[in-house]
Design a protein around this ligand. Structure first.
Ligand SMILES: [Zn+2]
Length: 573
């Protein structure tokens, strides 16, 4: 550490700070003090002149129960997180769990960063016990140890009893396993959690955690007019490539000092938002250039990685406007007595909270909602099947597999169990005909639901049930890099989304109906089958609307050619 940050008075303050939350034995040093003995492998001591906003992290937060850091890329926060786990292992004999998205990245990280850190610090080297373990997955320092784990596999998290937990690259973690990692702290009274990451979309992951925190924002005071202000794009003088005061617009801001100001001081979880604008020596020419790019991927990178800000690119989910545009001026009927195909999609969040969507399929290829709502028992689904003359239903078989199976058994041939395929492949629905179970490609299915609503193929009634609009806006499409570096789309959930999945199952029910009835009929009619277009979920790479509505109308040309005498009525359903 260089002179600046750790004057004796500052150390006293930080020590007092820690004493207030934790009893520190006399011979242990504060995190700030300890950090001076742990330089950066190539750059030397931690330089708070480069990252002035980090002083508070080192001096005041080390013993806090929970800290969230929503950050830009390369602002020195990983260096903080690694030191934090090693500090507690070394000085207090704590057991730490450091969770990374994938095991593969972890191996590199553990070798490159952590091992290098230990090797370049004579102090830390002396703290590795004789015969102590220093492998990729476990490092022993002092009386404590740090487990490094990937989030993808639950087994990897098993059997670890940790005192403290650090989540890195929060938004790319396997989110379903975060609670399992947190349970690893179960028996420890010292439990502390750090969540760190570059944000992706609003309301998800690190962005959501920051929203729930005290939301600290870095403020700098203008030396000319005295205005105390957060550093945002408003401060950027794009032609002069300087950061200036937002009020007097002339004064260049001195970014070497500032202070964190909590937006919600009464909240218990601490949250920091770190952007590259706060780093004094940021290359402003580069950043201004990045800000001008218009390609969606570049815009996303600029917001997420430069500003440390969440960003929802256009078209990555449904908007309220799109939902409203799909509404028509009709009330949902209490029953259905027509002759069109009727499908039902069911998403049981629990035994008592079951989201349902029922659709009538019109001959013009659109469908309109007959019923959207929640029921509180599986038995109530039976009644809906009768009241709306449902031809085909698809029901998510988790978490209530037995009840879902019971429902399916009461309507043989009219109900499929369904779930999302474990591996995301651009495949059509996979069907197990004997068990009447369908596996659905999740991303493609949500794409199709959103596309249908946007293009007016899925019509909604005048009155929507409470929660429907929010839940349909919950899924947001993220583009991520696969392990091979190819871009891959994935939907993340931003709050409850049961109705969105009920829509998916309704769409799947129609696909299954066509598969079991229309297409099978066409094939059995003659040896030479009608060549059926690739359908909704049967896509490769791009969304393409599949056959809808009346089979004869859709395949009229082919049918006339193959079976010139076939009456149209044979093809009506
Ligand atoms: Zn000013």
């Amino acid at each position: 550490m260089t002179r600046r940050p750790a004057g004796p008075s500052e150390l006293a303050v930080s020590l007092a700070d820690e004493l207030s939350t934790l009893v520190v034995s006399e011979n242990t040093s504060s995190f700030s003090e300890w950090t001076r003995r742990v330089p950066e492998p190539k750059a030397g001591p931690l330089d708070f002149r480069r990252f002035p906003f980090q002083r508070e992290l080192y001096a005041k937060t080390s013993a806090m129960p929970e800290v969230v850091i929503k950050k830009a890329a390369q602002v020195g926060i990983s260096a903080y997180l690694v030191r934090w786990v090693i500090y507690w292992a070394d000085t207090h004999g704590f057991s730490a769990l450091y969770v990374f998205p994938k095991k593969r990245q972890l191996a590199d990280f553990s070798d490159m960063r952590v091992r290098a850190l230990i090797h370049s610090s004579p102090y830390l080297r002396s703290r590795v016990p004789t015969g102590g373990v220093l492998n990729k997955m476990l490092k022993q320092v002092g009386r404590g140890q740090i487990y490094f784990r990937g989030s993808e596999t639950l087994d990897d998290l098993d059997g670890i009893d940790a005192d403290i937990l650090a989540f890195d690259e929060y938004d790319t973690l396997t989110h379903a396993h975060i609670p399992d990692a947190e349970r690893r702290l179960g028996s420890s009274l010292r439990r502390m959690i750090r969540r760190v990451g570059v944000p992706s979309v609003p309301g998800y992951g690190i962005s959501q955690r920051y929203d729930e925190s005290d939301q600290r924002v870095w403020h700098v005071r203008c030396s000319a007019c005295g205005e105390q202000q957060p550093i945002t794009w408003e401060n950027v003088d794009e032609s002069g490539l300087r950061r200036v005061c937002r009020r007097c617009k002339r004064q260049r801001l001195d970014l070497s000092s500032g202070e964190w100001v909590a937006t919600y001081a009464d909240r218990s979880v601490r949250g920091y938002h770190v952007s590259r604008l706060m780093v004094p020596d940021t290359d402003m020419a580069l950043m201004v250039a990045e800000s001008k790019k218009r390609e969606p991927s570049a815009q996303r990178a600029f917001h997420n990685k430069d500003l440390g800000q969440e960003f929802l690119p256009e078209g990555s989910g449904l908007t309220l406007a799109a939902i409203r545009a799909a509404q028509r001026d009709y009330p949902m009927p209490d029953f259905y007595a027509g002759n069109n195909i009727v499908t039902m999609g069911v998403d049981p969040a629990s035994e008592r909270n079951i989201a349902v969507r029922i659709s009538e399929h019109l001959s013009d290829g659109t469908k309109c909602a007959l019923f959207i709502g929640e029921v509180s028992t599986f038995k109530a689904l039976d009644e809906l099947m009768e009241r709306y003359r449902v031809d085909m239903a698809a029901i998510e078989d988790m978490p209530e597999r037995r009840s879902a199976r019971g429902f399916a058994n009461r309507f043989p041939g009219r109900v499929y169990l369904a779930h999302y395929a474990i591996t995301e492949r651009a495949d059509p629905i996979q069907v197990d005909d004997d068990r009447k179970v369908a596996a659905i490609p999740r991303t493609e299915a949500l794409d199709a639901v959103i596309q249908e609503l946007r293009t007016g193929q899925n019509l909604l009634p005048r009155n929507l049930p409470p929660g429907y609009e929010d839940q349909l806006q919950s899924p947001a499409r993220l583009i991520e890099e696969s392990s091979r570096g190819d871009p891959r789309a994935r939907y993340v959930k931003r709050g409850p989304d049961d109705y969105a999945h009920a829509e998916v199952y309704d769409l799947v029910a129609f696909e299954l109906y066509k598969r079991d009835h229309l297409i099978v009929d066409a094939r059995s009619w003659e040896d030479d089958p009608v060549e059926v277009e690739r359908s909704y979920l049967d896509w490769d790479g791009g969304y393409s609307p599949g056959p809808r509505g009346n089979l004869y109308d859709q395949y009229a040309d082919q049918i006339r050619e193959l079976w010139p005498d076939s009456p149209r009525s044979e093809w009506e359903v």
